[in-house]
Design a protein around this ligand. Structure first.
Ligand code: ATP
Ligand code: CA
Ligand code: CA
Length: 171
């Protein structure tokens, strides 16, 4: 079992509903157990074309899945929420990034862990520090200390819920 940190984002459609749906889907995935979820933050887009604001959140859990299998799970959930891959860093209904998996380092063509840009993104660092104040990004340092000015990151009153896992729905 490894701890896992996932970053969720949405800026198309009903983003609050999509984020809750993604949390439910992640919670139902075999081999992945959710342990915590941050507040939802409204954040100004960073990079990419001009686009609406995002809602972002961070989910903590633990998993028996190998990194590539976890990526398949997260990409399957993105597809289920009608994610269309279009412009790089463009608007999307749902983005799920694998931010960290314990102290594991992965450097494959389709997967890098820790996520190579998480340490410079306040929209990941701020919600992560909220749910895991002492978190560290392997090779980068303490999450709390990596947070920048956080100017474009605003906590909302939207709350995501971890639902009880339905018996028999996987382990
Ligand atoms: P960014 O990675 O800068 O946040 P993005 O999330 O918009 O950009 P996507 O289009 O969602 O990028 O993903 C592009 C590819 O990134 C995916 O197909 C996946 O193979 C790869 N990838 C590499 N590392 C990771 C990771 N840690 N988590 C999720 N996807 C990753
Ligand atoms: Ca991303
Ligand atoms: Ca992504």
């Amino acid at each position: 079992m490894r701890s896992v940190v996932l970053a969720l984002g949405s800026n198309l459609g009903d983003s609050a509903e999509t984020l809750q749906g993604a949390v439910d889907d992640l919670g139902a995935a075999a081999g992945l157990e959710l342990l915590g979820v941050s507040s939802v933050y409204e954040t100004d887009p960073v990079g990419g074309p001009e686009q609406p604001r995002y809602l972002n959140a961070v989910v903590l859990g633990r998993t028996s899945l190998e990194p590539s299998a976890l990526l398949e799970v997260t990409q399957g959930i993105e597809r289920a929420w009608h994610r269309v891959r279009d412009v790089r860093w463009g608007p999307r209904t749902l983005d799920i990034d694998i931010v960290a998996m314990g102290d594991l380092g992965v450097d494959a063509p389709d997967l890098q862990v820790p996520h190579p840009r998480a340490h410079e993104r306040d929209f990941v660092l701020v919600p992560w520090a909220e749910v895991e104040p002492d978190a560290v990004i392997p090779g980068r340092g303490a999450v709390r200390e990596l947070v920048g000015d956080a100017a474009g990151v605003r906590r909302t009153t939207i709350e995501l819920r971890l639902r009880d896992r339905v018996e028999g729905a996987g382990s």
